[in-house]
Design a protein around this ligand. Structure first.
Ligand SMILES: NC(=O)c1ccc[n+]([C@@H]2O[C@H](COP(=O)([O-])OP(=O)(O)OC[C@H]3O[C@@H](n4cnc5c(N)ncnc54)[C@H](OP(=O)(O)O)[C@@H]3O)[C@@H](O)[C@H]2O)c1
Length: 181
């Protein structure tokens, strides 16, 4: 690992229901356009207008994004897979591990790294020493899910909670957590 990648932190972005459910049949169990916009703004916006952010995701999450919406615009898309034949160049860069993804990104001028799922990648990320912030959209409902965010309450401290938003009859809010050192 290079000196730079060793020191670059990453943040997590996720939308969860009350059971920490995040997905069903490789899709999202809900449709919340307001949260999608929040996700886009959070992951696209940079302090330095000359830089981009990177979004890191597991191969299944990449495949769950409809063709017309990927790669996610305005961001460097990095897809993790252990299949060395998986080639989606030029739409996204592929890496065989989280460490090599971080190393590849360190070669580029990237402002923030965001891990955007899915369950397998979150499970590794919450325990990783480079994990910094967790941006969690909490949906006040219980959905049928087959993919879950890991238990994280003992690893993070809540910093802020937004007001409650309402969409399609669903209440949700944005919570921001800091990884405990
Ligand atoms: N609610 C949300 O915020 C949210 C966000 C994202 C995704 N999701 C949902 O989550 C579900 C998908 O999650 P998932 O856990 O099934 O899949 P995933 O984490 O997106 O992808 C898993 C795959 O990523 C690759 N991978 C994971 N860790 C790796 C590592 N350290 N090194 C190399 N490759 C690695 C492997 O690909 P190979 O098998 O190719 O080796 C693995 O099979 C979907 O339902 C999706 O809609 C929800």
């Amino acid at each position: 690992m290079t000196e730079q990648s060793a020191h670059h932190t990453f943040d997590l972005v996720v939308a969860c229901d009350l059971n920490r459910g995040i997905g069903l049949k490789n899709g999202l169990p809900w449709r919340l356009p307001g949260d999608m916009k929040h996700f886009r703004d959070l992951t696209v916006t940079t302090v330095n207008p000359k830089l981009q952010n990177a979004v890191l995701m597991g191969r299944k999450t990449w495949e769950s994004i409809p063709l017309k919406f990927r790669p996610l615009p305005g961001r460097v898309n990095m897809v993790l897979t252990r299949n060395s034949d998986y080639n989606i160049n030029p739409d996204a860069t592929v890496a065989g591990s989280l460490e090599s993804a971080m190393e590849n990104l360190a070669e580029l001028e990237i402002e923030n790294y965001f891990i955007i799922g899915g369950a397998h990648l979150y499970e590794q990320a919450v325990h990783h020493p480079s994990c910094n912030l967790l941006y969690l959209t909490e949906i006040q409902e219980k959905f049928e899910c087959d993919a879950f965010f890991p238990s994280f309450e003992n690893l993070f401290t809540l910093i802020s909670t937004s007001k409650t938003h309402q969409e399609h009859g669903l209440d949700y809010c944005y919570k921001k957590y800091q990884r405990n050192r």
